[in-house]
Write a protein that binds this ligand. Structure first.
Ligand SMILES: [Zn+2]
Length: 240
């Protein structure tokens, strides 16, 4: 007897295969990230079409074949229409889906990652104008935290002393803040604005209501982008 597995899932990627098939990457609540074949899904008559598409949140059902999983049913729960008509939000959604894909292994169930992804996508759907960017960083830094890659934001990553106000440095390679004394022996450390450290500390508090009220000056937005990208690149190197 063929077992039909069911779960809620978010489609984080799809590629065409053959004449009418598609391979979906779906981050599911019960099985983690899955690669599932959607047979003949590109045909107009396909009953899977309504529930299986990029960034669809759906109830999915699949069977496990010898070589791969095959989608047997997909019922749409949420298609995030508000997100799709807003370029800024869509950009953030693409980035979040890409990070979820890049930084998780297949079939590694993680309830916390599932909840963070669910919260981030539904907040993005209803986010006010201009808040989408902030939501991306909220997702990213809390994702780092869940994966165990939270940078040191209070003590020096090398000597472990509590950071005193003044000149602060940051090194993704060393794992976070670096004090003035340790700067010369730190690898790839750069100076970091004290206000940016405060923003990062709030970012990882796992509370979007607090993070959404953050006011960030343009120069801090720029450095938040640079530090986040820098840190993300470093973690991806470690994961690969
Ligand atoms: Zn130090």
């Amino acid at each position: 007897m063929v077992v039909h597995y069911r779960s809620k899932g978010l489609v984080i990627g799809k590629i065409d295969r053959g004449e009418a098939d598609q391979i979906f990457k779906i981050y599911t609540r019960d099985f983690g990230k899955l690669s599932v074949l959607g047979k003949a899904v590109r045909k107009t008559k396909s009953k899977l079409r309504g529930g299986a598409d990029f960034l669809y949140f759906s109830d999915i059902e699949f069977i496990q074949g010898r070589a791969q999983k095959t989608l047997t049913d997909a019922g749409l729960i949420e298609s995030f229409p508000g997100l799709r008509e807003d370029f800024e939000k869509m950009k953030v959604a693409y980035s979040m889906a890409e990070i979820l894909d890049k930084m998780t292994g297949f079939e590694e169930k993680d309830e916390r990652v599932w909840r963070l992804a669910g919260e981030s996508f539904s907040e993005l759907e209803k986010a006010e104008k201009g808040k989408a960017g902030l939501l991306y960083y909220y997702f990213l830094w809390n994702f780092f935290s869940l994966l165990g890659y939270l940078p040191e934001l209070y003590n020096c990553s090398i000597c472990a002393k509590k950071m005193a106000p003044g000149l602060l440095y940051f090194s993704p390679l060393e794992g976070g803040l670096i004090c003035k004394k340790c700067f010369s022996k730190a690898q790839a450390a750069f100076q970091i604005d004290q206000d940016l450290i405060k923003i990062l500390r709030v970012m990882v508090c796992k509370d979007w209501n607090v993070v959404s009220r953050l006011k960030t000056a343009p120069h801090l937005k720029k450095s938040l982008k640079e530090v986040s990208q820098n840190y993300l690149d470093e973690i991806i190197k470690k994961l690969i």
